[in-house]
Design a binder for this molecule. Structure first.
Ligand code: PBG
Ligand code: ZN
Length: 319
């Protein structure tokens, strides 16, 4: 059956569909022109205006689902002003109406002075989980009110899904879904993203995110977090990074009854693109192979920086 493209096609039980893809977008406050992200092959931080053109181009290529990351200017110990993000979502909704689906990343690291995903207690050495969850829930409600279809909490605080769900429901936002970054590992592969969003945690005693993101050495915790988030009301779960954690995708997919997303993160994307740039692999074929593997491992949804190429690549895919 491997001898011809036709018989290989007939025996392909894992196939891709561009409808399952989500394209991340970065929008930076105060930017005058799109800023090409070095290390992120072809990916830009957009301005408030250029993002509209980018979305239009993506829609022409069959991509209608987006994950929006704001890069605001102001950083505070206790952020209160989320108007850059909410203004952006309102504008996208006003221009594109229901032609696009927007997931709003819900985290504090682009807003906090120290780049952490939650707020710290008075000592500055420890995350204050309860205060962080309270603030994230208020932020989530603002995002929903601004037109987000889905809230995507990427902070990894405990109990935030239940709290966000309750806050949304109490305020007439029960139609807004939640895509939880349920199983997000503390990883080296977020480097280019943190560069893009200026969201690296500041050096110091709480210098990394290991007190809230998952340990690669504790797969049971990743399963527990997924089950807990499903229980708390998450409509979609996520494994992140994707390629280095396919075993987690498989384990979690087997145990839950909501769609599971795989996030092929910035560093994974950059590594693949570097290899392609060196002529050591074919860009398009490598992304297709990776996506097929994610699908095989159980991913229902794929978040990729190359999502905008998914339709044309899949349409011309050869086996
Ligand atoms: C922060 C956040 C991160 C990513 C998405 N949201 C990175 C981090 O934890 O520092 C990673 C995305 C990527 O690397 O592509 N809440
Ligand atoms: Zn964060």
């Amino acid at each position: 059956m491997r001898v011809s493209p036709q018989s290989r096609e007939l025996s392909a039980s894992v196939t891709l569909n561009h409808r399952a893809f989500i394209q991340p977008l970065f929008v930076e406050e105060g930017l005058q022109a799109p800023r090409l992200l070095e290390n992120m092959h072809g990916i830009c931080a957009d301005t408030r205006t250029s993002v509209l053109k980018q979305v239009e181009r993506d829609m022409e290529r069959g991509i209608h689902k987006f994950l929006v990351f704001p890069v605001p200017v102001k950083r505070e110990a206790y952020p209160r002003d989320f108007s850059f993000t909410t203004g952006l979502l309102r504008e996208l909704r006003r221009v594109f109406g229901s032609d696009i689906w927007m997931a709003a990343d819900c985290c504090l690291c682009a807003y906090t002075h120290n780049g952490h995903c939650g707020i710290t207690d008075a000592s500055g050495l420890k995350i204050d989980n309860a205060a962080s969850v309270g603030l994230l829930s208020a932020y989530a409600l603002e995002l929903a009110d601004a037109g987000a279809d889905t809230i995507a909490p990427s902070d990894m605080m405990d109990g935030r899904i239940a709290s966000i769900r309750q806050r949304l429901n109490e305020n007439g936002m029960d139609h807004v879904s939640i895509m939880s970054y349920s199983s997000k590992f503390s990883s080296q592969w977020y480097g280019p993203f943190r560069d893009a969003c200026h969201s690296s945690p500041a050096a110091g005693l709480l210098g990394d995110r290991r007190s809230y993101q998952l340990s690669p050495a504790n797969p049971e915790d990743a399963v527990l977090c997924a089950l807990r988030d499903e229980e708390e009301g998450a409509d979609m779960l996520m494994v992140k990074p994707a390629g280095w954690y396919m075993d987690m995708l498989w384990r979690i997919k087997e145990q839950v009854n909501v769609p599971v997303a795989a996030y092929h993160v910035s560093g994974e994307y950059a590594a693949l693109e570097y290899m392609a740039g060196l002529g050591l692999l074919k860009r398009e074929a490598a992304h297709l192979e990776l996506w097929t593997s994610l699908k095989r491992a159980g991913a229902d949804i794929i978040i990729s920086y190359a999502a905008r190429d998914a339709k044309s690549w899949i349409d011309h895919q050869t086996y």
